[in-house]
Design a protein around this ligand. Structure first.
Ligand SMILES: Nc1ncnc2c1ncn2[C@@H]1O[C@H](COP(=O)(O)OP(=O)(O)OP(=O)(O)O)[C@@H](O)[C@H]1O
Ligand SMILES: [Mg+2]
Length: 279
């Protein structure tokens, strides 16, 4: 086990952003002067190696989803670079772009808004193969992926509203797996689900990562959820990565104020549950 961890650290990153700054233009307050900008990511570097599961935590508005959009190529950074397999995704040809889009897939927070309500599940699952122009036996691939997420084939003829949130998130994960990606980016994948089914979806993600040898970027507010699924966690605050560490070290010896706040929030909840809350 240790050996594997050591080897992982010697391997170059599979997906990496280096010194990325992202700004958004805000509306002008007056007619005179420059248009104000909001810096959402400030020289952020972040990476994941092959087969590695890394986490990203931070308070609401700290820039996590913006980082997801940059890592998946949905947005181009104003400054800095994104590399997949060592190659700049914004500086290649169409073939490099297609390979990148196929290899890095995302699971969003709300499966209800990420699946088209008017489309049968079967068609939704096929959609990534069509848009990425991936050839092969599509039906066999759909069946294989349904097995991997523990859903039956009967799901294919049904519509999203016929499923629970947990089942829909399994389907959204299945759709992300369809193009056989190398990296899965999960942005708060369980925070919209009932607490009782969160663990099932987390276990599914963990199993998939180890069985398929995928890399995982797991994003959440909650340090304990990330600690359960990943081996290295970055803490983000106001558009900057303020601390990186192993989950246990972050819990026991948090250095940055943002990390201490996240740990404190968990301890407060636990104290509350145990009836020891101060208030
Ligand atoms: N397209 C945009 N234009 C202007 N501001 C934006 C845009 N997208 C995001 N922002 C701002 O950037 C900041 C970071 O947003 P982001 O969604 O990345 O945070 P987050 O960490 O994912 O938050 P949450 O935990 O609530 O999901 C916020 O202040 C947000 O209002
Ligand atoms: Mg977000």
């Amino acid at each position: 086990m240790n050996r594997r961890v050591d080897e992982t650290h010697l391997t170059p990153p599979l997906l990496e952003m280096r010194q990325v700054t992202q700004t958004y233009a805000l509306s002008r307050k007056s007619l005179i002067g420059a248009r104000p900008t909001l810096t959402v990511l400030d020289k952020v570097s972040f990476d994941v190696r092959p087969g590695e599961a890394v986490g990203l935590v931070g308070e609401s508005g700290s820039g996590k989803t913006t980082l997801t959009r940059i890592l998946t190529g949905m947005e181009k950074p104003k400054q800095g670079h994104v590399f997949y397999n060592g190659a700049d995704i914004w500086a290649g040809d169409a073939e490099r772009w297609r390979n990148f889009r196929r290899s890095v897939q995302v699971v969003m927070q709300s499966p209800r808004s990420s699946l088209d309500p008017r489309m049968r599940i079967g068609l939704s699952l096929l959609e990534p193969l069509r848009s990425l122009r991936i050839e092969g036996d599509h039906v066999a691939r759909v069946h294989e992926v349904l097995d991997q997420v523990g859903m039956s084939r009967q799901a294919l003829e049904r519509y999203p509203h016929e499923f629970s949130g947990g089942q829909l998130q399994r389907i959204a994960i299945a759709r992300a797996l369809m193009p056989a990606p190398k990296v899965l980016i999960a942005d708060e994948p369980v925070s919209a689900l009932d607490v009782s089914i969160q663990a099932q979806v987390l276990n599914l993600l963990k199993d998939l990562i180890s069985e398929l040898g995928l890399s995982l970027v797991f994003i959440a507010h909650d340090l304990s959820v990330v600690a359960y699924t990943t081996s290295r966690v970055s803490v983000m605050s106001a558009g900057k990565i303020v601390e990186v560490g192993k989950p246990l070290d972050l819990f026991t010896r948090p250095q940055a104020e943002a990390t201490r706040n996240l740990v404190g929030a968990i301890l407060t909840v636990e104290a509350g549950l145990a009836g020891n809350a101060l208030a």
